[in-house]
Each structure stands twice: as C-alpha cells, then as structure tokens.
Design a protein around this ligand. Sequence first.
Ligand SMILES: [Ca+2]
Length: 136
Amino acid sequence: CPDGWYKWMNTCYYLSATKDTRSNANNSCHGMHSHLAHIESDDENTFLTELLKSKYMTSAWIGLYKPEDLLVWYNCDLSCRRQGWTWPGNASISSKMEPKWAQDEPTGGMSCVRLENTGEWFDKQCSNRYNYICEK
Ligand SMILES: [Ca+2]
C-alpha cells in the first residue's frame, strides 16, 4: 500500500485526516485512484471500525449510497435496509452480511452513509462534513 494507507487482506485503506462533504470525499478518493469504502463482510466492517477507534475518530463516510429518487421518507420498513442502496461500482449490499444499520436506521430521506466507531451505519445528509475512508 502507498505511504499513509492501511493494509487489510488484499486491500489498502486511506482514512482522511480532514472532514469533507460526501461528494468532495468521493472526488478525493478518485483522485487517489481509489473509491469510498465498499464493505463486503462483517470482518471488513470490524477492521474499519477498529481503524477509526485507533485514530480516535468517531465516524467516517463510507461508499454506501442511495439515489435521491429512491429515497423513502416514511414507513421505512425492513426492505429499506437493503433496497436501493449501492456501493461504488453499483454493487448491492452483500447477501453474506447483515447491513450494519443502527437501530431505527436508516432514518430515510438521506442518500449518504457514515460508519460510526461502534460499527454501526447511519444515513446522513451528503452535505455534512465527516472524515472518510477510501479503499483500493
Ligand atoms: Ca472492500
């Protein structure tokens, strides 16, 4: 992995020191020939959670995203936990893992997702500024 990146399995991860919007975070990852984190397993989710904790960070953008026209504001039932959400490269949430949404998440109405250092996912407004995780 390049200097300043963290290796896990065959993947390299970058944890930004600065906070930015989801769109800027996405561009920044692309600029480093990577993409926002695509979490494919419980183990990967745990690795990234531990990485956040080791850097005393509370949360970071990951690559999970739901287009605005698919957002549901009300009556977000269990199907909301998977339906319409995609990772970079258009992959859906792996059937091999339970989505890591916190209780009562996703709230609905928000396209972007951050990983907390508890290992849980929260849907957030994309214009918020957080640290972010790139992977390649
Ligand atoms: Ca991954």
